[in-house]
Design a protein. Structure first.
Length: 262
């Protein structure tokens, strides 16, 4: 009798409930570890900020631009601070995601924890894939297009002299934008696993998803069709892969329900 009661999913959730104070203490602990990871990564990246900046300006050199300017006296200092914080976010992201998982996991069923764990593991990989696509492909092509407007204008030379701060914002927008956009499969599969949307709804939304992906790409990239396609096409492919993945997860849940019923 006791074994039957202990296997009740409702009792499993009841056993995991804690007073509000304990939840707040746990949240503070997870936030503390996240800030410590971010702070430690920031100190490390600040020490190597100049070398990291050299890597970030490599696409600009590939595009043929050899000059960056500072329009403010303290511009160089703040640029290195931004570089350190930007790099620290990238490094600390897996730790922050793990702390979020540790905070949420105790309130989930065991089967939900098993279902969500692969998504958590895939998150840093997808983010890194998106950021890498931006750095190695999208940013050089976008710079080549944008810097192509300089030249002779009827005897007057139009020369691009990008500010180092604006260039850094440009790179950060691209890399974070592509990285977050590549998390689309994780978001959709979490929504499907939570029962908020169904696979049939995702399939029916396919044509609208293509338009939505194109709109996202248009916002996150410069106004040229090449850069937009570099983001829109991978997003559409990821959407289709999500539909395939939800097909497998739906079959696995149906098989588990059938086994449990029997």
């Amino acid at each position: 009798m006791n074994d039957t009661i202990s296997q009740n999913p409702g009792d499993e959730i009841d056993a995991s409930r804690a007073p509000l104070l304990e939840h707040l203490i746990e949240l503070r602990r997870r936030l503390l570890w996240s800030f410590l990871a971010l702070g430690g990564a920031f100190c490390l990246c600040l020490y190597f900020a100049r070398k990291i900046l050299v890597v970030l300006v490599e696409p600009l050199q590939i595009a043929g631009q050899k000059t960056l300017i500072n329009t403010e006296i303290y511009g160089g200092f703040f640029v290195e601070m931004k570089v350190a914080f930007f790099s620290a976010l990238m490094i600390a992201f897996p730790v922050i995601a793990n702390q979020l998982w540790l905070f949420v996991a105790p309130g989930l069923y065991k089967k939900e924890r098993r279902a969500l764990l692969p998504f958590l593991m895939a998150t840093p990989l997808l983010f890194a894939a998106g950021a890498s696509l931006a750095y190695f492909v999208a940013i050089p092509l976008a710079l080549k297009f944008l810097l192509g407007f300089q030249g002779d204008l009827g005897g007057v030379t139009q020369q691009a002299l990008p500010d180092v701060g604006s260039y850094l914002r440009f790179v950060m927008q691209f890399m974070f934008g592509f990285g977050l956009a590549f998390l689309l499969p994780v978001l959709l599969m979490l929504l499907e696993a939570a029962g908020i949307v169904t696979r049939a709804q995702l399939v029916g939304f396919r044509r609208y998803a293509i338009v939505a992906n194109a709109a996202v790409a248009a916002v996150l990239t410069p106004p040229d069709i090449g850069s937009m396609m570099l983001l829109a096409v991978p997003l559409c492919i990821l959407y289709e892969l999500t539909l395939i993945a939800t097909w497998f997860t739906a079959r696995r849940r149906a098989r588990a329900d059938t086994t449990g019923t029997e």
